[in-house]
Design a protein around this ligand. Structure first.
Ligand code: HEM
Length: 496
């Protein structure tokens, strides 16, 4: 009996010693405790900082640009600053995405879609999506017409609302219009801006971004806890949010599947995919479930980031009336008061474009990009990142780097303009879409959307806080992406 107890104690001690031992050349960071790693330390820091990217910034100040942690069983590395991030994005071995129970919940316990996959399947699906979206007009003139039409509809809709109501919710005012642009590419149709189901879907997308923890959280470490604590473990809230999105996408795919298939006509991504599924020589990664997850990825990644940036953008404008005045001067001079701006006007509107860049820089909607995973042990600076470690890049650290920007907390669009103010400057520390092979797939679409929705809105309206003197908070709500806190505005029309 005593022998057994002693053996158990010995095994436990051995386990603990092994569990807290850091791998050779692992980046510096807080000490590890058995089982939980730095979990408790991070938990305390989350409480005091409220935002994950601020918590990581605190650790970077203490340990340097590459910080190593252990969260439960996972080794996690946080990379900050221009030098380390540039090296990070150049390493092929760091192009994986985290795996595990939590990440597979979205995709029926498999690795499907683009965002949380890697290897050959990811490559094939990403290539197919880019090729098809380009054929459908993404990044080309054909797309401009869609975005312009959507912007016009939105202005029309807001005008009607402004005539009826004094207070208009601004934090999510762009949601359906932004989704419409991406949905037209995915499913070949748009929604009415009053559509209640869509309003609900977009708010579900927002919520789903708040319950996802990029490191996978406790549920990824110990999936069985979902049986004992379905709500506290985060499992039930996640599935409750995903279910309506799955249903919505399944319905949409079914409708298109019933339509006669027109050979070689690029009408939307779903139809192109369904046609691909009928081919004999098909890569093994193509399947109906894969299509659903691909749509879910594009649907979520394509709408949340853009509408949050626009929501923050108008909040910043309320704080900076002198910037608004300059935008109005530029728009009046180039576009005139009789029409809305078009995408073609963009090259003549450098100040407005610089404002959009400055909004992206300071609002940091994707402060930690999307988590990567080391596919092999890989050297980063003088450290070695072990295989399967989760690696996160702090884009926030680039965008708020004092040594680079001088006054990063100041809203100053001029930093994106040359001396004469007529050309945009490319900054190496400005990477809102990430970099390397996992760089954002929708960058060109996002840029067109951001510019046109912002410019059209600013041209059409004078915006004031709903309650005089009460400016919206700029801090945002934490999640995979930062989203603006709810705020309301009064709108007055500008156009003749
Ligand atoms: C303001 C708008 C947007 C921002 C700031 C943004 C930002 C990002 C960032 C930072 C990443 C991760 C890069 C990395 O892993 O290091 C990413 C990935 C991705 N984005 Fe975007 N994005 C935006 C709009 C869009 C749009 C409109 C689409 C869809 C058409 C889209 C689809 C994706 C996809 C599918 C990925 C995953 C790519 C992969 O893992 O291979 N994004 N985005």
């Amino acid at each position: 009996m005593w022998h057994n107890i002693l053996l158990v104690i010995l095994l436990l001690v051995l386990f603990c010693v092994r569990d807290v031992r850091k791998p050779a050349f692992f980046p510096p960071g807080p000490g590890w405790l058995p089982l939980v790693g730095c979990g408790y330390h991070v938990y305390k820091l989350v409480k005091s900082h409220s935002f994950y990217h601020l918590l990581w910034a605190d650790l970077v100040r203490r340990f340097g640009p590459v910080v190593g942690l252990k969260l439960g069983r996972d080794r996690v590395v946080i990379v900050s600053g221009a030098v380390a991030i540039r090296e990070f994005y150049s390493k092929e071995e760091l192009n994986g995405r985290p795996d595990g129970f939590f990440f597979r919940v979205r995709s029926f316990n498999k690795r499907l879609g683009i965002v949380f996959t890697d290897g050959e399947d990811w490559d094939v699906q990403r290539r197919f999506s880019i090729k098809t979206l380009k054929a459908l007009g993404m990044g080309k003139a054909g797309m401009a017409f869609n975005v312009e039409k959507e912007a016009e509809e939105l202005i029309h809709h807001l005008r009607k609302l402004a005539r009826k109501r004094n207070h208009i919710a601004m934090h999510n005012a762009f949601d359906i219009s932004v989704l419409n642009v991406i949905w037209t590419l995915i499913a070949g149709k748009r929604f009415h801006l009053d559509d209640k189901r869509l309003e609900w879907i977009t708010s579900t997308i927002h919520k789903s971004f708040r319950v996802i923890d990029m490191s996978g959280g406790l549920l990824n470490q110990f999936p069985c806890i979902r049986h004992a604590f379905p709500t506290a473990s985060g499992y039930a809230p996640l599935v409750n949010l995903l279910s309506p999105l799955w249903d919505f996408l399944k319905d949409s795919i079914q409708v298109l599947n019933k339509k006669p298939k027109v050979i070689d006509t690029e009408d939307c991504l779903i139809s192109s995919y369904l046609r691909e599924l009928q081919k004999d020589s098909l890569h093994s990664s193509f399947s109906n479930k894969q299509l659903l997850c691909l749509c879910l990825d594009l649907f979520q990644a394509g709408s949340e980031t853009t509408s949050n940036t626009l929501g923050f953008g108008i909040a910043y404008m309320l704080h900076h009336p002198s910037v608004v005045e300059k935008i109005h001067q530029e728009l009046d001079k180039v576009v005139g008061r009789y029409r809305l701006p078009l995408l073609d006007d963009r090259r003549h509107l450098p100040y407005t474009e610089a404002v959009v860049c400055e909004i992206q820089r300071i609002a940091n909607v994707a402060p930690l990009a999307i988590a990567h995973r080391a596919l092999q042990p890989v050297q980063l600076g003088t450290y070695v990142i072990p295989k399967n470690a989760i690696a996160m890049v702090s884009l926030y650290s680039l965008h708020m780097d004092r040594s680079y920007w001088g006054d990063p907390e100041c809203f100053r669009p001029e930093r994106f303009l040359n001396e004469t103010g007529d050309k945009l400057i490319q900054h190496e520390n400005f990477l809102p879409f990430g970099s390397g092979k996992r760089r954002c797939l929708g960058e060109s679409l996002a840029k067109s959307n951001l510019f046109l929705f912002f410019a059209a809105f600013m041209h059409a309206f004078i915006v004031e806080p709903a309650i005089e003197g009460k400016l919206p908070e700029l801090e945002g709500i934490d999640g995979i992406t930062l989203s603006p806190k709810p705020y309301h505005v009064k709108l007055r029309e500008r156009l003749i």
